[in-house]
Ligand binder design. Structure first.
Ligand code: DCT
Ligand code: MG
Length: 405
């Protein structure tokens, strides 16, 4: 519940409809503060929707969120979707807090924290660890599935199949004659050490320069944007994500194949999975809610030379090759879909999930990486910037670096 002052009413009168509640509309002296001694944050203003929270990369409650992440992963591997999501949501709420939670009283009134999450937090507050989490971490099945799914191209289903067949290690898999690895998995094992190592911000920047050069050699007016975790200001990531397009509608269709050819000629393409666009606006809005977008995209592994990276590669000290393999994703939407694709590919996943949920349940709209559709008016809403989309949804604009929910 919010206690609002008259400014919310006058704003709503001006707009001709009830506007979304913003921080400035709240009556300040009715707002409790959290936590003691830290920057006061109104607990009452913490929304259940991640797209109404500002979450930087600074996480004061890593001890709790790491524990929740283990539980979420364990539930995900056992296909308990509801419980998995509950722990992801709880972690996401704690990530937006301005200080360390010191007692359960500190989280009173926060959304998305149920009995199970609270009991885990209580254990950590009392003993410095959670016995439930420790039990999972020492569980053979969990450890094996985590190991197998850490290979590029191996999902939970394949990992489970191998586990059930009695396989427990990489050498078990690689020496088992009945197993036929697909091309993606073969590449995953081949570059395992490199790909499982975090990509640094400097490496992401170097890749940005390489791709920028390739793209502009092909089309001088191309638009290239960094998305994913690095756009949100993260220091490290598991891959580097880019959006690339051209102002000329339709021209983007041949863009990725041209870029791929060029990277091949430059001798830096180690792996490429290209998927042509299946985007057809007449088939939208799609009923498939969490569906991956339909734009042309490619999942790549590139060979990055240390000499291109300011401060050098993020590789092991004993590694003297002078290069490493890095995962790169390129997506190529048509220019009139650019804002939606940029918003969708910037993440975080939790932020995206809640944007779509907010659109659907609070606004009777449908949002995905291609469109925003107003169901009450039966129309598509146009946007050229991310801010346009927030405006259509009646949301305060959240900067990319505040989307680390
Ligand atoms: N995304 C999404 N739903 C998916 C996959 C991706 O909404 N099923 C969005 C959210 C983030 C963005 O695409 C890029 O995805 P990742 O690279 O997996 O995430 P990231 O935030 O960049 O994190 P990482 O540092 O691990 O790459
Ligand atoms: Mg990424």
């Amino acid at each position: 519940m919010h206690v609002l002052d008259i400014s919310w009413f006058t704003d709503s009168m001006r707009e001709g409809r009830p506007v979304a509640v913003e921080t400035r509309h709240l009556v300040q002296d009715t707002v409790p503060t959290f936590p003691e001694g830290a920057t006061p944050t109104p607990v009452a203003t913490v929304s259940q929707y991640a797209c109404q929270r500002r979450t930087s990369t600074e996480n004061y409650n890593k001890i709790f969120t790491d524990a929740f992440e283990v539980l979420a992963e364990s539930y995900e591997l056992s296909e308990f979707e509801g419980q998995c999501l509950a722990f992801r949501k709880a972690a996401s709420v704690l990530k937006c807090l301005p200080g360390v939670v010191r007692c359960l009283g500190d989280i009173r009134g926060l959304p998305c924290l149920g009995e199970h999450t609270k009991s885990i937090m209580e254990d950590i507050l009392q003993c410095g660890r959670s016995f439930e989490v420790e039990k999972i971490l020492s569980d053979e099945r969990y450890q094996t599935l985590k190991l197998f799914t850490s290979v590029f191209g191996v999902g939970p289903k394949t990992a489970e199949k191998w586990y059930r067949a009695g396989l427990r290690s990489f050498s078990d898999i690689l020496t088992e004659p009945s197993i036929h690895l697909n091309r993606m998995q073969q590449t995953g094992f081949l570059h395992y050490k490199d790909i499982s190592r975090a990509v640094s911000k400097a490496e992401a920047r170097a890749l940005g320069n390489i791709i920028d050069e390739a793209v502009h050699a092909i089309t001088p007016d191309a638009v290239l944007a960094l998305t994913g975790g690095f756009r949100r200001g993260k220091e490290f990531g598991h891959d580097v994500d880019f959006l690339v397009t051209t102002p000329e509608l339709g021209r983007e269709k041949s863009l990725l194949p041209d870029i791929i050819d060029r990277l091949k000629q430059d001798g830096i393409l180690l792996y490429c999975d290209y998927q042509a666009s299946t985007f057809d606006i007449s088939k939208l809005p799609s009923l498939r809610f969490e569906a991956m977008d339909l734009f042309a995209k490619c999942f790549l592994i590139l060979r990055l030379k240390g000499s291109k990276v300011e401060g050098g590669l993020n590789s092991a000290a004993e590694d003297h090759r002078g290069w490493r393999a890095v995962r790169v994703d390129l997506v190529s939407p048509p220019m009139d879909r650019y804002a939606y694709a940029l918003l969708g590919w910037t993440g975080s996943r939790q932020f995206e999930r809640d944007l779509r949920r907010f659109a659907r349940f609070e606004r009777q709209m449908r949002l995905d990486n291609h469109i925003l559709y107003d169901k009450t008016k039966n129309e598509f809403l146009a946007a050229t910037t991310e801010k346009d989309i927030f405006d259509h949804l009646g949301l305060e604009y959240i900067e990319p670096w505040q989307r680390n929910a």
